[in-house]
Design a protein. Structure first.
Length: 288
DNA sequence: CACTTGACCTGTCCGC
DNA sequence: TGCGGACAGGTCAAGT
């Protein structure tokens, strides 16, 4: 799924596309992804106008004039794609991505008063979308447990170290991926930041020096900020609100670069398994 | 309690 | 070409 930079990219895209649009219809598949009652949908979604699009951790919130919000987690393969009235012509780079919607992975369709649409697609059906009173969002389980935003101005290296060290006995990669430690880090940016800080992902947290952790903090924020600037990372499923791919993968230094040279020392990048996840390292820069 | 593993789904890719 | 298994950017519940 989209990690923090991808979700933030979707948020920024949606802001420019759906603010002030009024929902006139909604449809969704019955099996999964949108469990609200038809009554709630009719009362609090249909007829409401979109006022804001916010993000916390990897969760998006679309605030409505009804006092309710659509709360969305894209998990691994979720997409939120806006399709305007004027579709791209045949041959346009985005043509095949966007003109074909809705498709077999479309779970929810919103129709706006101007005839345009917002689609929630999710091939693997891990993602979810639900309609909640806006003021109740901070009370849901996810929001209660999730850690601080790593890119906020108030998030210091001191706080990073303090929170990471709550998981002293596990691997540093597992600690980075733990959403209750800090919000928004996933497999890509865990590998990229560990490469940047020259730390082996399987190192136990208690073995890391303060200097190493400060460097990791700096690398993590740099890598995520760069990824936002580049519009996120794209595999075959991630696209932004306009149906476009991000370009961070062109800048990736370890993630999915197994067999290619390390940009720092030319050693061959290797793939291994840490914390149950595919993990990419430079075996020379990052040693146990 | 801290930590690890399996499950949730569908599609794709790789080796036989 | 077909088939089986591993794997995919996340999070929970259940297990040790």
């Amino acid at each position: 799924m989209p990690e923090l930079p991808e979700v933030e990219t979707v948020r920024r895209g949606l802001l420019g596309l759906v603010i002030d649009k009024t929902v006139t219809a909604e449809s969704h598949d019955t099996e999964k992804g949108f469990p609200n009652t038809p009554h709630d949908v009719q009362t609090f979604l249909v007829g409401a106008t979109i006022r804001d699009v916010r993000r916390r951790a990897k969760v998006l919130m679309i605030d409505l004039s009804s006092g309710y919000s659509l709360v969305i987690h894209l998990k691994m393969t979720g997409q939120l794609v806006y399709v305007g009235e004027t579709r791209f012509g045949a041959g346009h780079p985005s043509d095949s991505l966007v003109n074909a919607l809705p498709d077999a992975s479309t779970r929810v369709t919103l129709t706006f008063s101007d005839g345009t649409h917002l689609y929630f697609n999710d091939q693997r059906k891990f993602g979810w979308m639900r309609l909640l009173p806006t003021i109740e969002i901070p009370n849901i389980d996810f929001m209660q447990k999730v850690g601080p935003e790593p890119l906020s101005d108030e998030f210091t290296s001191k706080e990073f170290i303090q929170r990471i060290q709550r998981r002293k006995n596990t691997s540093i990669k597992a600690a980075l991926l733990d959403q209750s430690v800090l919000a928004g880090v996933g497999n890509i940016y865990a590998d990229e930041s560990l490469w940047g800080a020259k730390i082996h992902p399987a190192r136990r947290v208690y073995t890391l020096s303060k200097t190493e952790l400060v460097l990791l903090y700096t690398e993590l924020r740099a890598v995520m900020n760069l990824a936002i600037e580049k519009g996120g990372s794209s595999n075959h499923t991630y696209i932004n609100a306009e149906g476009k791919k991000g370009s961070y993968m062109d800048f990736a230094r370890a993630f999915r670069r197994e067999g290619q040279p390390c940009p720092r020392c030319e050693a061959t990048i290797e793939k291994l398994r840490v914390a149950g996840r595919g993990t990419h390292i430079c075996p020379v820069c990052q040693v146990l």
